[in-house]
Design a protein around this ligand. Structure first.
Ligand SMILES: [Zn+2]
Length: 417
């Protein structure tokens, strides 16, 4: 194999996957990389502009409108919007390649009236939502624009999907995939850290338990049922419960059950009629997740019985059904994962360390995993403090992210003629 101009200065070790370093050394790809640097200011300016458009979940209209215009600007065709609010556009392939979907979400966790003004300090941008997930939207726009500009075509069609309601249970991605007659061949959510690859799905469910008992004056409360004691019993029981072991190679932080919110009672000198608490349950396997959910529900019922209270249980976060997900080995060995690892390592996005894909994820690609569609979660920027008002991101990381997305697009969908 002959390598011409080495725009990254070294040759990657090739393995059983679809990426060939020669692709990255093509003159038009080298020109595309150079173009990212040439328009660095433009990319960063658009990153700031989009970040400053407020976009809480279920109120993404302003950003979605922006994205639809931007998709047209970069040459995507067939731009559509569905009933839930997702917008998408198509980069038509020359034929014979897999259909590749890139998804990034437009919603943030910040209320409409949150002050969002991007501040720059020591090479970082600071603003709520700068990283999650605005950087990915902008990197995707420019990667598509530059590929087109440099005449780099793909064999497979590439769909750029800007989703809504990701932060409240991946609802936009679920709606889109549920309503699509033909499922995509490859689904990539761009929403985590540049260099990371998740090929699984973190199972997340949240339940609200409400204990209900009599409201009695303190002087009449001795020995009587008390809803607060029911909640206390459950909290202690969750704290003492035996957790299933993490799967081999799994995260030591999982499985986990956490009491996140609690409340109840209205007067200080009476028993609270109602006390509620919510439990967030997370694991990496359907079996462990189902067992944990059942165990917590059993403990709640026991606490209610012991305290002679009534109990109601409400699922507050959509629980996606992962029972149809492909086995771990099949997902890991899929060319989607292995090609992405090869591209990530070629660009040294993790320095000299070999990229280790992880069997987890909590982005839009979880829906693809649940539907047995080859799906991964990757990132386009280096951010910190997501979901906090102090969120920040490395200003230069989006340039590496844009190059990465360009190379990945052509590696996954195939180079068209
Ligand atoms: Zn996100």
């Amino acid at each position: 194999m002959k390598f011409g101009l080495l725009c990254f200065g070294f040759v990657a070790v090739l393995s059983a996957q679809k990426f060939d370093a020669a692709l990255a050394e093509k003159p038009e790809m080298c020109r595309a990389f150079a173009e990212v640097d040439a328009r660095a200011n433009l990319i960063q300016k658009e990153w700031i502009e989009l970040t400053e458009i407020p976009s809480p979940s279920k109120q993404e209209t302003l950003r979605i409108e922006y994205m639809k215009k931007a998709m047209a600007r970069v040459g995507l065709t067939g731009i559509e919007q569905d009933a839930i609010g997702n917008a998408w556009g198509l980069l038509k392939g020359t034929g014979g390649g897999p259909e590749l979907v890139f998804a990034a979400h437009t919603d943030t966790v910040f209320a409409m009236d949150t002050k969002i003004k991007v501040r720059e300090e020591n090479g970082r941008y600071y603003a709520p939502g700068i990283g999650d997930d605005t950087g990915a939207l902008v990197a995707l726009l420019h990667s598509i624009d530059i590929l087109r500009q440099q005449g780099l075509k793909t064999k497979g069609d590439v769909v750029f999907l800007a989703t809504v309601q990701e932060e409240i249970g991946l609802l936009g991605a679920k709606y889109w995939l549920d309503h699509r007659a033909k499922k995509p061949d490859l689904f990539v959510a761009v929403d985590s850290r540049l260099g990371s690859i998740g090929y699984g799905a973190l199972l997340i469910e949240q339940f609200k338990f409400t204990f209900e008992g009599p409201t009695l004056h303190t002087l009449a409360s001795k020995g009587q049922p008390n809803a607060a004691r029911g909640a206390a019993r459950l909290i202690l029981a969750i704290n003492n419960m035996e957790m299933p072991a993490p799967p081999e190679g799994g995260s030591p932080f999982l499985p986990v059950a956490n009491v996140g919110t609690l409340g109840g009672g209205t007067v200080a000198n009476a028993t609270p009629g109602k006390v509620f608490l919510t439990v967030d349950i997370r694991s990496q396997e359907m079996k462990a997740q189902s067992k944990l959910v059942e165990d917590v529900k059993t403990l709640a019922q026991r606490a209610a019985n012991e305290e002679k209270l009534s109990l109601s249980v409400e699922a507050v976060n959509v629980a996606h059904d992962y029972s149809k997900a492909l086995p771990k080995e099949v997902r890991l060995k899929h060319p989607l994962v292995q090609t992405t690892v090869a591209v990530t390592d070629y660009l040294k996005l993790n320095g000299n360390a070999k990229t280790m894909p992880i069997d987890s994820g909590s982005d839009d690609h979880n829906i693809g995993v649940a539907m047995a569609i080859p799906s991964i979660g990757i990132g386009a920027i280096l951010g910190a403090g997501a979901h906090s008002l102090e969120e920040s991101a490395d200003k230069a990381s989006i340039l590496r992210g844009t190059k990465y997305l360009m190379l990945l697009t052509v590696a996954l969908a195939g180079l068209g003629q």
